[in-house]
Design a protein around this ligand. Structure first.
Ligand SMILES: Cc1cc2nc3c(=O)[nH]c(=O)nc-3n(C[C@H](O)[C@H](O)[C@H](O)COP(=O)(O)O)c2cc1C
Length: 385
């Protein structure tokens, strides 16, 4: 029920409403996978609370022109300064979520980022977005696989490749451990029961098919068991990425290169010498290091020194229009969200992407209007602290 004038379904005017609805529609293990942070989830909460502590000041008597929230990034004009972060195993959270979100992103002209370990193939997402999606690379151990993925990206028309830094180890996530969400996943009695009491999710999963790592199919043997799949993932990818590995991608990839997971000055500096076109200041949504600082704090340490070197983007903790405004006021060029869009897809199925982007645009427009910002460049002047 997306109202044309409004651009979103008025029954769900907040991300909290979407989260609540999503929780009622998906099995508990899927919600645990989506929501969980590492250890005591302090970093997960800090990401959000540090955003909330950033204050902006409106200036009402300013002569206001028309409001324009579009922005240019890597030679392309986007309709809004936010996009969709890569999420692994999206189809487990809601069937067909990558396609739902990619289609909506394309319609609204914002970037959708496909994870290497998501459940749609890079070719299918390129087709749905006419080559406008971004791709996030988990680093293959074998050069042969890396080179082949890069070749497939070029053939499919991708322009932006995101290399992930921040999973050298697997985050210690209590919720996932308790839910049996290891690789291979364990089908416990509890998980089967949780699926049975969420029939919409179960029926949709039956209709769409059991989720699989669709982009990785060419490198997998046919008919792999869950146990073999676990071994395959371990054997195929290395979470630890260093300068030389990123350099090898930079040398090969002709398009724009973004490094995701930069939170310290040493990495930001190396990103310059690697010739990165942008960084995403990210801590994986609080899923990797509980003792870490929030990304908005990390970004504030980096922004003045690096804003002229490349584009500075941020994710982790952004939960709506006001947070997008806060990120821009602190110097970000662009903001990404992971969980917010998955709440939308899980809550509203095929309408979820459209609703969530429409809602975020409406929320962000109101923030711009209230602060008397004509363009995104006006945001830094609104920052109080
Ligand atoms: C369930 C889940 C799976 C994720 N999988 C990936 C992934 O495959 N690749 C990646 O680069 N980041 C992954 N991330 C991190 C997101 O891209 C993003 O950095 C994070 O969700 C941002 O935080 P937010 O959820 O608070 O917006 C994942 C995050 C979640 C919640």
């Amino acid at each position: 029920m997306i109202e044309p004038g409004r651009g979103y379904d008025p029954r769900y005017p907040s991300v909290a409403d979407l989260r609540k609805k999503a929780k009622s529609r998906i099995p508990k293990f899927a919600m645990d996978y989506l929501e969980g942070g590492c250890n005591d989830e302090i970093n997960l909460k800090r990401n959000m609370s540090d955003f909330q502590n950033i204050l902006l000041r409106p200036q009402y008597l300013r002569k206001k022109k028309d409001l324009d929230m579009s922005t240019e990034l890597f030679g392309k004009k986007y309709d809004a300064p936010f996009g969709i972060s890569p999420i692994g195993l999206q189809g487990l959270i809601w069937p067909n979520a990558p396609e739902i979100l990619a289609k909506a992103a394309f319609k609204h002209n914002i970037p959708y980022t496909l994870s290497t370990v998501s459940t749609s193939s890079l070719e299918r997402i390129a087709e749905l977005t006419e080559g406008n999606a971004w791709f996030q690379l988990y680093y293959p151990r074998e050069d042969r696989v890396r080179d082949d993925i890069v070749r497939r990206l070029e053939t499919s028309g991708y322009d932006v490749l995101v290399v992930l830094l921040d999973v050298p180890s697997f985050g210690f996530r209590y919720r996932e451990i308790k839910a049996g969400l290891s690789m291979p996943p364990k089908m416990t009695f509890a998980n089967i029961w949780q699926s049975m009491i969420r029939p919409r999710w179960g029926l949709e999963t039956l209709r769409v098919g059991i989720p699989s790592f669709a982009t990785l199919k060419p490198y997998m043997e046919k008919g792999m068991s869950m146990k073999q799949l676990g071994k395959f993932m371990d054997a195929t990818f290395t979470g630890r990425v260093d300068y030389d590995k990123v350099k090898a991608v930079r040398d090969q990839w002709k398009g724009k290169l973004v490094i995701k997971g930069v939170v310290c000055e040493a990495d930001a500096e190396q990103a310059v010498s690697l010739g990165a076109d942008g960084i995403i200041v990210s801590n994986h949504g609080g899923r990797q290091i509980d003792a870490g600082e929030s990304t908005i704090q990390s970004m504030r340490h980096l922004v003045n020194k690096y804003k002229d070197k490349y584009k500075i983007m941020i994710d982790s903790g952004v939960r709506g229009g006001p947070d997008i405004g806060r990120a821009l006021a602190c110097g970000a060029d662009f903001a990404f969200m992971g969980r917010v869009f998955m709440y939308g897809a899980a809550a509203l199925g095929s309408d979820g992407g459209d609703h969530t982007i429409g809602l975020l645009k409406a929320q962000f427009r109101q923030v711009m209007d209230q602060l008397s910002c004509d363009t995104l460049a006006d945001f830094p002047q609104t920052l109080i602290k």
